[in-house]
Design a protein around this ligand. Structure first.
Ligand code: HEM
Length: 403
């Protein structure tokens, strides 16, 4: 029997930016799903927390009620730049996505595979003789950074400048607002320099050139919108892919028989990465703003209120995934929400999957006996609200001559 609709809120002591949640968010998600799947949190100005698969899916699909403008960040950053297209609503979202849809198609990702693989092998070759690697610093950070800077047409050699600023913003929004603003200004400045370069030397076939020449309703984008579009490509692609690989190497350290299976059967890696994305979703949840009074479950949500859609919790909901806390690479169906769903579904999912898969394939082919240093969880970011990732992942392996 359905519950009567209520305006009374169940208040949950839930702060997605807290270090407790960052250390292990999953017990809190389970409690929310079981006790109050539509809960109210008093943190960050107050917001609804949606944690069940059905509610998160339905709210994300109802993009007219659950809007992405003015910001999907919860709380919004102090620097006040909106990110395109993620902070927009229909029809602007579709118009902006169209600019890069072809560049992120499955075929475009496939064409990039040789380049991504070459980069992966060269990064692993660089440490092969030493028998030591920090998987995050030496491998899963530089690879996506260099690939994405390359497609934007930025100097790949500057990857440390960009990743440092992206990390400061992604993990510092509530802890270090001044540092976050400074990092955003520096990123904007670097993108601006690239725009100037194209204005003086001409456009190329890179994505920044595509964004600068795009017309929406017959008009070029403003300079500020070009900057914020390019910035989102950096936010979208760097830390998410880094986190996916590092989280997976921790899982495989804990489960030697699964590691052994993937070493012997690399053809299982594509379906395994879907399960890894479900199990430890890199993007845990993002915000929306309620545009009109609505009801979720039996709970009234009021126009103007904010809501957090927890994809990572939805991905552990037993109503959708039997034995959700077990890693099962043969799980079928596996309709995880790690890339979101609906209007704003990840634009870079094909490229993200490609980089994640190739990085994992090359580790398992070249250093299958890696042993992580003790307690990898000590390297979790203290704020995992935006991306569940690690700062370091040191390991040893049997040294070998370069390939
Ligand atoms: C494993 C890797 C990745 C994960 C888990 C991930 C996750 C997500 C999620 C959950 C969203 C939905 C946001 C929303 O509904 O508000 C999203 C959007 C987006 N992602 Fe990804 N992402 C990944 C990789 C990438 C890559 C490699 C790129 C680009 C190079 C990228 C670019 C974007 C962009 C531009 C959007 C905004 C789309 C829009 O608003 O229409 N992502 N991503």
């Amino acid at each position: 029997m359905s519950q009567p609709v209520t305006d009374q809120r169940v208040v949950a002591a839930f702060d997605h930016h807290s270090s407790d949640i960052a250390a292990d968010p999953y017990p809190a998600y389970q409690q929310l799903r079981e006790q109050c799947p539509v809960a109210w949190s008093e943190h960050h100005g107050g917001f609804w927390v949606l944690s069940s698969y059905a509610d998160v899916f339905a709210a994300t699909e109802d993009d007219d009620t659950f809007r992405s403008a003015p910001s999907i960040a919860l709380p919004p950053p102090q620097y006040g730049i909106r990110n395109l297209p993620i902070d927009t609503d229909a029809p602007e979202t579709q118009q902006l996505r169209k600019v890069l849809l072809g560049a992120y198609s499955p075929a475009a990702a496939k064409r990039m595979e040789p380049e991504v693989r070459e980069l992966a092998t060269s990064l692993l070759d660089a440490v092969a003789g030493s028998g030591r690697i920090d998987f995050v610093q030496d491998y899963s950070t530089p690879l996506p950074a260099r690939v994405i800077l390359g497609i934007l047409g930025f100097p790949a050699a500057d990857w440390e400048f960009f990743t440092h600023r992206v990390h400061t913003i992604t993990h510092g929004i509530t802890r270090d607002p001044e540092g976050t603003t400074q990092a955003a200004l520096e990123l904007a400045g670097a993108i601006w320099t690239q725009m100037e370069d194209r204005r003086t030397r001409g456009y190329g076939d890179d994505q920044l050139s595509m964004i600068m020449q795009a017309r929406v309703d017959g008009e070029l984008l403003s300079d500020q919108d070009v900057v914020s579009f390019a910035m989102l490509i950096l936010f979208g692609g760097l830390d998410t892919t880094t986190g996916s690989l590092a989280n997976t190497l921790v899982l495989l350290e804990r489960d030697p028989s699964l590691r052994d299976r993937l070493v012997r059967h690399p053809e299982d890696i594509p379906k395994a990465i879907e399960e890894f994305l479900r199990y430890w979703s890199p993007v845990q949840g993002l915000g929306r703003t309620v545009s009109q009074d609505t009801v979720v479950g039996s709970q009234c949500l009021r126009a103007g209120e904010r809501a957090l859609l927890l994809w990572a919790s939805a991905n552990r909901d037993p109503a959708e995934f039997p034995e959700p806390d077990r890693v099962d690479i043969d799980r079928s169906p596996n309709r995880h929400l790690a890339f979101g769903v609906g209007l704003h579904r990840c634009l870079g999912s094909n490229l993200g999957r490609l980089m994640f898969r190739v990085m994992l394939e090359e580790v398992l082919a070249r250093i299958p006996d890696y042993r992580l240093d003790p307690d990898p969880e000590q390297y979790r970011y203290e704020d995992a609200a935006n991306v569940y990732a690690l700062t370091h992942l040191p390991a040893t392996f049997t040294p070998r001559a370069r390939a």
